[in-house]
Design a protein around this ligand. Structure first.
Ligand code: 8X3
Length: 251
C-alpha cells in the first residue's frame, strides 16, 4: 500500500511556514506543523489534516519531541523557523539580539536537521531538506549585520551538508527569498512598530507573498529523486537587488 509522503515544517505558525504547510498538504503530504505557538499550529493542523507539534527549534527537549512525532521516516524537512530581531548598526549591536538570531537561524536549524537526518535517510526515495535562507545571506546591508551574518550561516550550513552527505540518499536546498510581505517578519524585526514595518514595503508594487515562497519550496521538493536544486533565490520583480527597489510614490 502506498503511503502519503510526510513533511515537517518548522516556524509553521505564520507567514512562509504556514503557507508552505498548506501548500504541501494540498499536494498530498502529511504535514507536521512545528512552532512555538500551540493555538496557531493546532488550528492550522486541523485545517489541513496535519499534526501540530509545539517546538521551539532552539530547545533540545522540544526537538526531541518533534523527532518522536515524526517516527521512522521523513520525506521532507522545511527548516523555516528563523527571523530578524532589531536593525541597529554594528556600532550599536546588542549581543543578546545577535545571539538570538544566530540561535534560531543557524543552531536551531542544525539541531532539527541532525536530529531528523536518520528519518530522512530512511525515506525510501531521497529525502529533501529545504532551508529557508534569505537574500540577506547573499549580501550585507546597513542595519542588517546581525541578521545577514546569521543568514550567511544558514547558507553555509546548507552548502556543507551535501558535501558531507554526497553518497547518501538525501537532497539539500536553500530557498533564499528577497522582499516578502508577511504579517510578522518586519513587525518582529522592529519590535512591534507597525509604522517601521510598513515602511519596508512602502510603495513597492508587489512584494512576494508567503504563497510565492511556498510555491518555490514545493517545486524544489517535488523534483525527480535524482535532481538536487542547490539554491533558489526568489525576489519580487520590483527588487532587482537588495538596495535596488522600485517604489511608487505613496502620497
Ligand atoms: C528577509 C529579506 O531584505 O529583509 O529575509 O533581508 S531582507
Amino acid at each position: 500500500m502506498s503511503r502519503s509522503p510526510q513533511a515537517v515544517v518548522t516556524g509553521a505558525s505564520s507567514g512562509i511556514g504556514a503557507a508552505t504547510a498548506r501548500r504541501l498538504a494540498a499536494e498530498g503530504y502529511d504535514v507536521i506543523c512545528a512552532a512555538r505557538r500551540a493555538e496557531r499550529i493546532e488550528a492550522l493542523a486541523a485545517e489541513i489534516g496535519g499534526t501540530a507539534v509545539v517546538c521551539d527549534v532552539t530547545d533540545a527537549d522540544d526537538v526531541a519531541a518533534l523527532v518522536a512525532a515524526v517516527g521512522d521516516r521523513l520525506d521532507l524537512l522545511v527548516n523555516n523557523a528563523g527571523g530578524a530581531f532589531g536593525a541597529t548598526p554594528v556600532a550599536e549591536a546588542d549581543p543578546e539580539e545577535w545571539r538570538r538570531m544566530y540561535d534560531v537561524n543557524v543552531i536551531g536549524l542544525v539541531q532539527v536537521t541532525r536530529s531528523l537526518l536518520p528519518a530522512l535517510l530512511r525515506s525510501g526515495g531521497a529525502g529533501v531538506i529545504v532551508n529557508v535562507g534569505s537574500t540577506a545571506g547573499r549580501v550585507a546591508y546597513e542595519g542588517g549585520g546581525g541578521y545577514t551574518a546569521a543568514k550567511h550561516g544558514t547558507k553555509v550550513v546548507t552548502e556543507t551538508l551535501p558535501l558531507e552527505l554526497y553518497d547518501q540518499p538525501v537532497r539539500v536546498c536553500e530557498v533564499a527569498p528577497g522582499m516578502v510581505r508577511t504579517d510578522e517578519f518586519a513587525l518582529v524585526r522592529f519590535g512591534g512598530d507597525q509604522e517601521k514595518a510598513d515602511a519596508v514595503y512602502a510603495g513597492v508594487p508587489d512584494p512576494l507573498t508567503a504563497e510565492d515562497v511556498a510555491d518555490a519550496i514545493t517545486w524544489v521538493a517535488t523534483r525527480p529523486v535524482h535532481v538536487n536544486i542547490d539554491s533558489l533565490v526568489i525576489r519580487p520583480r520590483a527588487q532587482a537587488a537588495q538596495h535596488k527597489v522600485h517604489r511608487l510614490p505613496t502620497t
